[in-house]
Every structure is written in structure tokens, then in C-alpha cells.
Design a protein around this ligand. Structure first.
Ligand code: SOE
Length: 383
């Protein structure tokens, strides 16, 4: 029985994991770690966590901790995941879990060898209406998939005064839009359609060639509060924007646009799936609704309501219709599946996890690398 969990990282996403973990009702958040004692202790006090570590190695050496959630900037994910597995802890890591395919293959093999879980926090799968869309595809309601189109757009990097570690390749990786938000979109549409993207043609743009870097540390999304005198000018090489033409292995065609300088789009992930029987459209800024398009009868808006959706979607709804559930609920629902899987014995239970694991993280990285290569060569790339 797993009871004690540790979280590394106290920025935007660490506390989101802490809250979601508690809402699962399945485990205790026993320890938190950050880069120094002061930050770790302050966050532990704020969040009501018993143990605080100013060095994550302390958390990894803590025999009480059985699962480690890695919620730090990307460049730390590989080393922390590897060390956690070597310390015999299960790992739930933010994406991307590694920067290179070799690192990814190594961690997939290590988790397998140790008999430990390596999961990736790709939580958009766990919006109930995403599960509903998946079931509609699986049950044949949508028919043959002709086209999949969509976007993930945000505006928190709209101004050249907006800055984050995510803009720096050494900390965030060589790709930004595709790795940071495209990864969610691709994971979601592949989860729904059961098809894999196998050819890509990409166009990237970096609109802000330089940005004003804050002289103070800023958490993701909190840069909107800084003033002009708080900055220094730095060159930017990662993409602000990407559009990718897609081919799917089931014969479908598609397109994706990611944009982190899209004024007014706060955090909008949308997809449209056009099938031979009907169409589906979903917008994560209105997460409790799924549009179903018809040719020969009026279109429908299906509202999230346990009585109106397939059992697989009902299983991840906690509240009755009209009681909206959103982004924090996706992590809760994902972690419920993770901890139920672990309590049932993990890989030994013989069940296939419904959440993303290291293999999926590796697949995301391969897809991301292919898209980057396509943008550089201005040509189609096969995956
Ligand atoms: C920042 O762009 C970010 O927080 C991503 O890293 C997340 O994965 C996404 O949920 C929202 O935006």
C-alpha cells in the first residue's frame, strides 16, 4: 500500500500536484523539496507539508517516500528521474521527461528493469469530454477519421517583457511551443483517435527575436506583474509559434497550430475531428462541453453530465451536470488512475495504464524532434 509521496519543485506546477494528490484521497504528501532550504520550508509551511528538503537528494534518501513527483524546470527531469528510479521510487514526471532520445530509452529500460512506474504528467487526456470523444471514436460513432485540426494557444509570453526559464534552451529544451504545449495536443489527439502522427511538415516563427529577461526569479505565468526596470535584453532561439501539417497512420490528415503570443487566448487547447459519420469540436477553455456536428440534422452541444456520457467518461467525473470541472480536476483524475494502478500492483497487475508513461514521453520527444527537423529543413519528415 503506497502512502507517502514526495514532490520536487515549488513553482507553478508543484503545488498543483500537491493539491491534486490530496484530492485523490489516496496518499499523503509527506515531503517537498526545492533548490534551497528557505524556499522549501516556506512552501512546506504554506502547503502544510511535514518535511522540507533544500536539496532533493534528501527527499530521495528518505526511506518513507515511495513515489516522487518531479515538478521542476525541464533540464532537471532526466537526472532526477534516473536518481529516483535508482533510489527505488516510482516517478511521476512533468514533460518533457528528457532532452534526448538516448536518455529517454535509458529511462524506459531502467523503469522496466527496476519494476517501477515512470509516468508523465500529460493530464489533458483526463478531461471527461476528451474521454467521451475517445469513446465516440472507439465505438464507431464518428466513423472513419478524415481530418484532425486544432491548436494550443496562450498569451502569457505575448510581450517581449514576458520571460520564463522555458525560453532558454539549456533549461527548457530546444523546442518551446511544440515541446511545451504541442506535446499536450498531440498526446490528446493520438489518445482520442488511436492513430499516430507519422509524417509532419512544420513552419516555425520566433516573433520576439530578443526578450527582456527579468532580473528577479519569476514563476510561470507570474511575469505579467513585473515592471520595465526589472529587465535585461537576451536573444531568443526557441519558437513562439508553430504550424504543422500532419498525416496519421490510419489515413487521416490534419494540422496543428501552437502559439504562445496569441493575445486573449489564456490557455486554449482545441481540436476538431472530422469523421465520415459526424464531427467533434472541443475547446479546453469551455471544458465541460463537446460539440457534435451533423450534416443531416441539427448540431449538438453535449454538456458534461454523468448521465449523458459513456461509462469511461463517467468514471472520471466527480460532480453532477452543471457543476463544472476543469484543469485542476484533470490532474486529480490522472493521479487517481496512477495510484489505483500502483495500489493494484503496477505492471505486475497486468493492466495497461490509461495515463501516459515513459514510453509515451519518448514517443512525444521523437515526434517533437521530427517536427523541429521539418521546420529546419522546410520539408516533410517521416516518424
Ligand atoms: C506553460 O506553457 C504551461 O504551464 C505548460 O507547461 C503546461 O503543460 C500547460 O498545462 C499550460 O501551460
Amino acid at each position: 500500500m503506497i502512502t507517502n509521496v514526495g514532490v520536487i519543485g515549488t513553482g507553478f506546477i508543484g503545488p498543483a500536484h500537491v493539491e491534486a494528490l490530496r484530492r485523490t484521497g489516496r496518499v499523503n504528501v509527506t515531503a517537498i523539496a526545492d533548490i534551497n532550504e528557505e524556499i522549501a520550508c516556506a512552501k512546506a509551511a504554506e502547503l502544510g507539508i511535514l518535511k522540507a528538503y533544500g536539496d532533493y537528494h534528501g527527499l530521495l534518501a528518505d526511506p518513507e517516500i515511495e513515489v516522487v513527483h518531479i515538478c521542476t524546470p525541464n533540464y532537471l527531469h532526466y537526472a532526477m528521474s534516473k536518481e529516483s528510479l535508482l533510489a527505488c521510487k516510482h516517478v511521476i514526471c512533468e514533460k518533457p521527461f528528457v532532452f534526448t532520445e538516448t536518455e529517454g530509452e535509458e529511462l524506459v529500460a531502467l523503469a522496466k528493469e527496476k519494476g517501477l512506474l515512470g509516468a508523465i504528467h500529460l493530464s489533458i487526456r483526463f478531461y471527461p469530454m476528451v474521454h467521451q470523444a475517445r469513446e465516440m471514436v472507439r465505438r464507431g460513432d464518428v466513423g472513419e477519421i478524415f481530418a484532425v485540426n486544432g491548436s494550443y494557444q496562450q498569451d502569457w509570453l505575448f510581450y517581449d517583457t514576458d520571460y520564463s526559464w522555458r525560453l532558454e534552451p539549456s533549461l527548457g529544451g530546444d523546442s518551446r511551443v511544440i515541446a511545451d504545449i504541442g506535446s499536450h495536443w498531440f498526446d490528446t489527439v493520438e489518445f482520442i483517435t488511436g492513430q499516430r502522427v507519422n509524417r509532419v511538415l512544420a513552419d516555425f516563427a520566433t516573433f520576439h527575436k530578443t526578450r527582456k529577461k527579468s532580473l528577479k526569479p519569476v514563476e510561470t505565468y507570474s511575469g505579467k506583474l513585473l515592471k520595465p526596470e526589472d529587465y535585461a535584453e537576451v536573444p531568443i532561439t526557441t519558437e513562439d509559434y508553430a504550424t504543422v501539417l500532419l498525416r496519421f497512420n490510419g489515413g487521416g490528415h490534419g494540422s496543428f497550430t501552437g502559439n504562445q503570443v496569441a493575445a486573449g487566448r489564456k490557455n486554449r487547447m482545441a481540436f476538431e475531428i472530422y469523421g465520415s459519420k459526424c464531427s467533434l469540436w472541443y475547446d479546453s477553455e469551455r471544458p465541460n462541453e463537446l460539440w457534435i456536428g451533423h450534416r443531416d440534422r441539427p448540431n449538438e452541444w453535449l454538456l458534461k453530465d454523468p448521465s449523458l456520457v459513456y461509462p469511461e467518461a463517467r468514471a472520471i467525473i466527480s460532480y453532477p451536470g452543471g457543476h463544472n470541472e476543469g484543469y485542476p480536476d484533470t490532474t486529480k483524475q490522472m493521479l487517481i488512475k496512477v495510484y489505483d494502478y500502483l495500489q493494484a500492483g503496477g505492471s505486475a497487475s497486468g493492466t495497461t495504464p490509461e495515463f501516459a508513461v515513459f514510453e509515451d514521453g519518448l514517443r512525444e520527444l521523437q515526434l517533437c524532434n521530427a517536427i523541429v527537423r521539418s521546420a529546419q529543413s522546410e520539408s516533410w519528415v517521416d516518424i
